[in-house]
Ligand binder design. Structure first.
Ligand SMILES: Cc1cc2nc3c(=O)[nH]c(=O)nc-3n(C[C@H](O)[C@H](O)[C@H](O)COP(=O)(O)OP(=O)(O)OC[C@H]3O[C@@H](n4cnc5c(N)ncnc54)[C@H](O)[C@@H]3O)c2cc1C
Ligand SMILES: NC(=O)C1=CN([C@@H]2O[C@H](COP(=O)(O)OP(=O)(O)OC[C@H]3O[C@@H](n4cnc5c(N)ncnc54)[C@H](OP(=O)(O)O)[C@@H]3O)[C@@H](O)[C@H]2O)C=CC1
Length: 458
């Protein structure tokens, strides 16, 4: 391999998604003279735009698909190589691309993302949604569909059941409440009426969601991964019509049938498997000795380093295996991909410059801003009481159709919160979680709507 190397770069980053691009930007601005290469399978790169720090840990931004030349113009020492990495040779510090080229590295960061974890593989009637291509394929199929089955209860399913119009939607959920990855049953109950109501911008004329509470039978149907590009992100469905063909077919005439574990069988035009993701590790594992976490991600330490020397990883492909703050957990999200990519770049540069680097503050507190069913949603800390014992306490305030506020207390201290609607509480609650003040004296007054909580804690 050694003598096949076309060039050796100081830094090589694999993957043009948000983690890889942020890592490259960080490396290029920290050491402008360094030779940096970004190797990516897809034709475009993802860039963070309109970045806004909302509070100490909450951030909001847009994501834009851009031609890679924009990045190369910004950073003259950056080379972008459009090819998939086929193999990695950690001993000789080089990667081989699908078009047969070999590049050496001093430090490497793997940011190859993840792909949909489909119910079954290689069935043309089961789709996953990940990148622009798979979203377009979904839209094309939906335009002719009269009934679809959506399996899964996480972010993608929540977005789809709200957005899809003109097509009967059967939503197969194995939990008792909707949105289990983000919400508890109370928040789910608050959101349900939005599914039945007309959407603000347009009515949903033929939307007939039906809810089941059983898991899809494992022998359902599958289709191979279609995910060479980067993952979609906030507002991915804006600008693409998610409208079906409106009329319902007669029974007995469907291209595919899904049998659920509650013994019900549904015919449909196709199945969307919105059942989570699997990290893209394949080309990197073979011949190397990476330690892989239970969820299939490359294990990384508090410097984003994998178990292989000089190899870092960031974003959806990695699993955070450092001793974590009691208020943070990994979720494969846009924000964490940006934060990890940025921090990995910082660590790689610091290691080359022999400078110390400490775990970034953003990993102190889990925070996420998003939108579901047209409501602003803010999640902080252990928002779903993750990992807490039975002695934790919940305070809830709910105004139907307007807001849902839940606070998680442990030992009298706030450790998490769910804020749905325009509550304006995120900054105050973030502070209360970060400073771990004993809130026992305030009791339920904490959520009293007649008290201006911001003034209260000033
Ligand atoms: C439909 C959808 C909606 C979402 N909505 C939200 C949201 O609202 N908020 C939120 O926070 N998160 C959201 N997410 C999650 C978010 O998109 C991901 O967590 C994030 O994009 C991960 O970024 P990444 O850079 O790690 O990986 P990706 O974006 O997957 O990028 C991986 C990159 O690696 C490249 N690659 C892969 N293998 C190779 C290889 N062998 N060689 C070279 N290159 C390779 C790919 O081409 C790609 O460019 C959503 C995800 C989906 C699918
Ligand atoms: N607004 C946002 O922040 C959004 C974020 N995303 C992110 O994109 C990624 C992909 O989204 P998504 O695919 O929805 O993944 P998620 O991990 O969010 O959710 C997967 C869901 O599928 C369920 N599930 C898994 N296997 C089965 C099965 N065999 N039968 C029935 N249900 C099953 C899971 O249940 P269980 O948990 O019990 O295993 C879970 O409810 C995630 O990282 C997600 O966080 C996506 C869209 C929007």
């Amino acid at each position: 391999m050694e003598n096949k190397k076309e060039k050796t770069f100081q830094f090589v980053v694999v993957g043009g998604g948000i983690a890889g691009v942020t890592c490259v930007e960080q490396l290029s601005s920290q050491i402008p003279s360094a030779d940096v290469a970004l190797i990516t399978a897809g034709p475009h790169i993802k860039a963070v735009t309109n970045y806004k720090q909302v509070s100490r840990t909450l951030e909001e931004f847009d994501v834009e698909e851009q031609p890679s030349s924009v990045l190369e113009e910004k950073f003259p020492n950056l080379t972008i190589i459009h090819s998939a990495v086929k193999s990695l040779h950690t001993k000789s510090h080089c990667v081989e691309t699908a078009d047969g080229r070999v590049f050496g590295y001093k430090k490497l960061c793997i940011c190859s993302g993840a792909r949909p974890k489909l119910l079954t593989q290689d069935n043309p009637y089961v789709l996953g949604i990940r990148d622009t291509d798979s979203a377009q394929e979904f839209q094309k199929r939906l335009s002719k569909a009269k009934r679809i089955v959506i399996v899964g209860n996480g972010g993608i399913a929540l977005e789809l059941v709200y957005e899809v119009e003109g097509c009967e939607v059967i939503w197969a959920v194995k939990d008792k409440a909707i949105g289990n990855t983000f919400f508890d049953a109370g928040a789910a109950q608050f959101l349900i009426p939005s599914l039945e109501a007309d959407k603000p911008q347009a009515a949903a004329p033929c939307k007939r969601p039906r809810f089941t509470t059983e898991e899809a039978a494992p022998g359902a149907y599958g289709h191979g991964p279609t995910d060479s590009g980067s993952a979609l992100g906030p507002d991915w469905h804006e600008g693409i019509a998610l409208r079906g063909a409106e009329q319902v077919r007669s029974l007995g005439d469907w291209p595919v049938y899904v049998r659920l574990t509650n013994a019900q069988t549904f015919g449909c035009d196709f199945v969307v498997s919105a059942t989570g993701v699997v990290p893209n590790t394949e080309p990197f594992l073979q011949g190397n000795t990476f330690v892989v976490a239970d969820d299939g991600g490359l294990q990384v330490d508090d410097h984003m380093m994998t178990s292989e020397a000089d190899v870092y990883a960031a974003g959806d492909v990695c699993t955070a295996c450092w001793e974590q703050s009691p208020l943070w957990q990994q979720m494969r999200l846009w924000t964490q991909a940006r934060q990890m990519g940025w921090y990995a770049g910082r660590c790689m540069a610091a290691h080359i410059l022999s400078e110390p680097v400490e775990l970034d503050f953003c990993f102190e507190l889990f925070s996420h801003i998003t939108k579901f069913f047209n409501y602003k949603v803010v999640l902080l800390g252990k928002f779903n009481s993750q990992g807490l014992g039975p002695d934790h306490e919940l305070l809830v305030r709910c105004t139907k159709g307007q807001e849902y506020v839940k606070v998680v207390l442990s030992g009298g201290r706030m450790v998490g919160a769910v804020l749905i609607g325009e509550t304006d509480l995120e900054e105050t609650f973030e502070n209360l979680i970060l400073n771990q003040m004993d809130l026992t004296p305030y009791g339920e007054e904490l959520l009293n709507p007649d008290i201006d909580i911001e003034d209260y804690f000033d």
